[in-house]
Design a protein around this ligand. Structure first.
Ligand code: TA6
Length: 288
């Protein structure tokens, strides 16, 4: 891919940020959490939502974009904080290269006091910016014992208005409903719509998910590889007000469709093996 450019500089909160421009799209990635905060095809609205009230402080998660959730999802007994430590740590920039798919930015997670509590592992993250946004989290078990963990790319998508949005592709899947104390249910809707707080972990789902946005007249396509779980979340009114780093009305302009392996889908990685969680994100017009 010719005429692409990349720049490393200071982003919000003076946090180091990488900007990538290609002939198809622009993207931004913070080293804090290897966090993709922007992906936008030329001539289109942003694909990702980023809260106007997000913190940009070293060691704290950014609200929006694609937080990397690893090695646990949600709350974890005996661990402090939600959603693991990967999203709070400063990842090392290893290489920026390019191929026919786009510009590839490669990160690795440094060893830390938190990672030392687990079997020895390495974690690498590949962000490919081109006609679509591809994200891959690779974890290699470098120990002599099984490494059990959860992973999830907790993607916040930008939508025109949540009342005109539906999520398609989960009919028939079982899910844990966090709004009802993780009650186990079965999805019966062809199109999932939103009229209240929605927080569902769909299990044993490997197929492509679509987000239909009638206001922006677009369809967002979430293809996933090696992901057996899909989480669908909109905080709605009360939860939005309770989040200091999220605008009270921002629930209207976002939906999370998150791809990973959580709960009963958690990964048990044998010694020497590598797990790869990958998603390909793109949008098309609604009538295609
Ligand atoms: O993925 C949905 C969820 O687990 C919600 O329950 C909510 O907690 C959201 O993640 C955001 O979590 P965070 O720790 O980033 O505020």
């Amino acid at each position: 891919m010719t005429n692409s450019s990349r720049m490393i500089g200071e982003g919000k909160g003076d946090l180091p940020k990488i900007e990538v421009q290609t002939k198809f799209s622009d993207a931004e990635i913070y080293l804090n959490g290897a966090h993709v905060t922007k992906f936008q095809r030329k001539g289109e609205p942003p694909l990702l939502f980023l809260s106007e009230k997000s913190r940009f402080e070293k060691g704290h998660p950014i609200r929006g974009g694609v937080p990397i959730i690893f090695p646990w999802f949600g709350a974890c007994e005996g661990k402090t904080g939600m959603h693991g430590f990967a999203r709070n740590q400063t990842w090392e920039l290893k290489e920026i290269s390019q191929n026919d798919s786009g510009v590839i930015v490669q990160f690795s997670l440094p060893d830390s006091a938190e990672s030392a509590q687990y079997p020895k592992f390495s974690a690498e993250y590949f962000v490919t910016v081109g006609e679509m946004l591809s994200l891959e989290l690779r974890v290699t078990n470098q120990s002599q014992e099984n490494f059990s963990f959860e992973n999830c790319l907790h993607t916040y998508f930008a939508v025109g208005e949540i009342g005109a949005v539906s999520v398609v592709g989960l009919k028939g899947a079982e899910y844990l409903d966090k709004t009802e104390n993780f009650a186990r249910k079965k999805e019966t809707a062809e199109q999932i719509t939103f009229s209240s707080e929605t927080d569902r972990a769909y299990l044993n789902t490997t197929g492509t998910i679509e987000i239909h946005d009638a206001k922006l007249k677009r369809k967002i396509i979430v293809e996933k590889e090696n992901s057996a779980s899909t989480v669908v979340w909109n905080p709605w009114i009360a939860k939005s007000k309770a989040m200091a780093d999220f605008g009270d009305d921002e629930y209207l302009r976002m939906v999370c469709v998150e791809s990973g392996n959580i709960a009963e889908n958690r990964i048990v990685l044998p010694p020497g093996k590598t797990s790869s969680l990958k998603i390909n994100l793109r949008s098309t017009s609604l009538d295609k």
